[in-house]
Design a protein around this ligand. Structure first.
Ligand SMILES: Nc1nc(=O)c2c([nH]1)NC[C@@H]1CN(c3ccc(C(=O)N[C@@H](CCC(=O)O)C(=O)O)cc3)C=[N+]21
Ligand SMILES: [Mg+2]
Length: 284
């Protein structure tokens, strides 16, 4: 038996088709959602991700606002750009592409993002609201992973989920969302200090691999029929490699591959958050 592929590209297209009438309704009011990106430096991977986000916007009629800054930008110059984007009425929501160059204080930058425009859901205020179950923007990669499972009818209520990786953008925040009452999963949050990863993963109905450790999840670690989502990204000899080893698809019931799984869903949730932001702004 071979696993059903959780197709993030096709699911993203389906979500965009659902967002289109909402974008049209805003257009009828003379409003157009705008996605902003703030990109510092010349990392080719970051540039590629930002390009994909703007290509998505073009497809669905969302305006693009791009700010690109040199790698040696000062903290003060970056704060000035954040103030400009906060004040730009064309920008419904925006993100600061991470990671920032090492000389910059990321927390100080994120604290300055207008919470009404924090479509990434990664600023301290949004994360606090997420912990407190208060309304606010939720982080896109965890949302995308949950939405992908939901659309393929993979049950999460009462399910045992092993999240591997405790980073803020994926693992830790995914744990928060999965344990909400509206999802109701039981989560084991695994990390490099986990004593027996294989045992934790083997108990899981759903495995989300977001450790950034190539081939970490091997077929012998997977319960037959489990859903396995590969969210890890590493570069091995210049080639993008996920956390899930070959052969897992022979054991798992569902697999979200990398690329083609949660990555496109992250972008779909980002655009969905921008449309939400524009609708909220229209009501104000
Ligand atoms: N402030 C901030 N927010 C982010 O959400 C954020 C970030 N910084 N920094 C980097 C990571 C990475 N990330 C991805 C988004 C989409 C794909 C994606 O769409 N990947 C496609 C294409 C991959 C390819 O062809 O290269 C796929 O998996 O099929 C991947 C990775 C968002 N991130
Ligand atoms: Mg990105």
């Amino acid at each position: 038996m071979t696993a059903t592929i959780l197709d993030g590209r096709a699911t993203k297209d389906a979500i965009f088709a659902e967002l289109a009438p909402r974008v049209s309704a805003l257009a009828e009011q003379g409003l157009r959602p705008g996605l902003g990106t703030v990109l510092v430096g010349d990392d080719p991977g970051s540039h590629a991700y930002v390009r994909m986000k703007h290509a998505d916007c073009a497809k669905i009629g969302v305006e693009s606002i791009r700010r690109e800054l040199p790698a040696d930008v000062t903290q003060e110059e970056l704060h000035a750009v954040i103030r400009e984007v906060n004040a730009d009425p064309a920008c419904s929501g925006y993100l600061v592409q991470l990671p920032l160059p090492k000389h910059l204080d990321t927390a100080a930058v994120l604290e300055r993002v207008d919470p009404a425009k924090d479509i990434d859901g990664l600023t301290p205020l949004s994360l606090g609201r997420t912990v407190l179950n208060e309304p606010g923007f939720l982080p896109c990669t965890p949302l995308g992973a949950i939405e992908l499972l939901r659309r393929y009818d993979v049950p999460l209520a009462g399910a045992q989920v092993a999240v591997v990786g405790r980073g803020i953008t994926v693992g830790r925040t995914l744990g928060l969302l999965l344990t909400r009452k509206n999802v109701n999963a039981t989560v084991t949050l695994c990390h490099t200090g986990t004593r027996d990863l294989a045992t934790e993963v083997r108990r899981a109905d759903v495995v989300v691999a977001a450790a950034g450790s190539p081939g970490l999840i091997t077929p012998d670690m997977v319960k037959p029929g489990a859903a396995v989502l590969d969210v890890g990204v590493s570069r091995v000899d210049g080639k993008l490699t996920g956390d899930v080893a070959p052969g897992v698809e022979e054991v798992a019931g569902h697999v979200a591959p990398n690329p083609g799984g949660v990555g496109p869903m992250t972008r779909a949730m980002l655009v969905s958050n921008v449309v939400d932001a524009a609708e909220r702004a229209a009501r104000r």
